[in-house]
Every structure is written in structure tokens, then in C-alpha cells.
Write a protein that binds this ligand. Structure first.
Ligand SMILES: [Fe+2]
Length: 170
């Protein structure tokens, strides 16, 4: 854009709001977040909290944190002290084991994992029911999940809580 065009844009009166302009605003904000948003997230930037599914620590969550780039990703750590809640949703999810040793029960099959492993939740008709267990009493296991929200949308994936984590007191 030339300097003359920029000047004309600055001088233009505000555009009347309409659905097209909302898209323009959204796209401008998206570009701005990607250009200037926080790209290193420290654990201390977020709080660990106890949900029905267990102890979670989100880095990326566009429903809670709207100021980061990559608003189409969920990325969170899960601390498994004894066992998580149990829920069902579609797979297509990558889980990296940061620390500890445990296993997940995925559709009644036990799958063992330990620090350094990558666990994949595959896609299946109706999704996958799963629950995570720690095998080392006194040493919580930690893993981190990376979930693409467009995959959830395109698969019309529901999420159903089947069992609540024993850590949850709500
Ligand atoms: Fe899950």
C-alpha cells in the first residue's frame, strides 16, 4: 500500500458496521495477534485448576485466553495424581508424556506409557472413551495434549463426561 493510499485510509470516516465489516475486523485482529501476540507462554502465565476431568493447565484455549496467536488450537497439560475422569470424544489428538509413568484405558484396552512417549488417540466411529492412570504413587504423571479445533468442528465431535476425577470437589 502506498503512502498516499494509507493517508486516504486514515482519513476515511469509520465504516458502517455490517456482517462483512465484522469479518474484516476479525481478520485484522487475527493478523495482529499473529504479528504481535505472545509466542512464549510460561507455566506461570496460567493456573492449574481441577476440572471434572482432572488437574489441567492450559497454555492455549481460545475460549479462555483470546490474546494468543493460534486461536484454533487447544494445548494443555494434565497432571495425573491417581486417575483422571473418564470421557468420550473423537480422537485425532496427540498426547506427549512429559514426566512419570502410567497408562490409559482407551475403549477398554490398557495402553501403557512413560516419560518421552507419544500417545495417539485415533479416530473411530463414535469417538474414543478414555481415562488416564498414574502408576507411581507420590509422583504425579504429566502429559500435554495438542488438539486442533477445526478437526473437532469438521467431525462434529461431541464430548461426554462418563466418570468424574476423584480430585474434583466441585
Ligand atoms: Fe480426552
Amino acid at each position: 500500500m502506498s503512502e498516499g493510499e494509507r493517508t486516504r485510509e486514515r482519513e476515511r470516516p469509520p465504516l458502517k458496521d455490517n456482517p462483512y465489516e465484522r469479518v474484516m475486523v476479525w481478520r485484522r485482529e487475527l493478523a495482529e495477534r499473529n504479528k504481535t501476540g505472545q509466542v512464549v507462554l510460561k507455566p506461570s502465565d496460567r493456573e492449574l485448576f481441577i476440572s471434572r476431568q482432572g488437574r489441567l493447565h492450559y497454555f492455549l484455549n481460545p475460549f479462555a485466553f483470546k490474546d494468543t496467536p493460534l486461536q484454533s488450537w487447544l494445548c494443555f497439560k494434565h497432571q495425573v495424581v491417581t486417575k483422571s475422569g473418564k470421557h468420550r470424544h473423537q480422537g485425532g489428538i496427540i498426547i506427549y508424556v512429559i514426566d512419570g509413568k502410567g497408562y490409559s484405558v482407551v475403549d477398554d484396552e490398557r495402553i501403557d506409557w512413560e516419560k518421552g512417549d507419544l500417545l495417539l488417540l485415533p479416530m473411530k466411529p463414535g469417538g474414543v472413551e478414555h481415562q488416564h492412570f498414574n502408576l507411581q504413587p507420590g509422583k504425579p504423571a504429566w502429559w500435554i495434549a495438542f488438539i486442533s479445533i477445526p478437526i473437532i468442528e469438521h467431525l462434529a465431535s461431541e464430548m461426554q463426561q462418563v466418570e468424574v476425577s476423584p480430585d474434583f470437589k466441585g
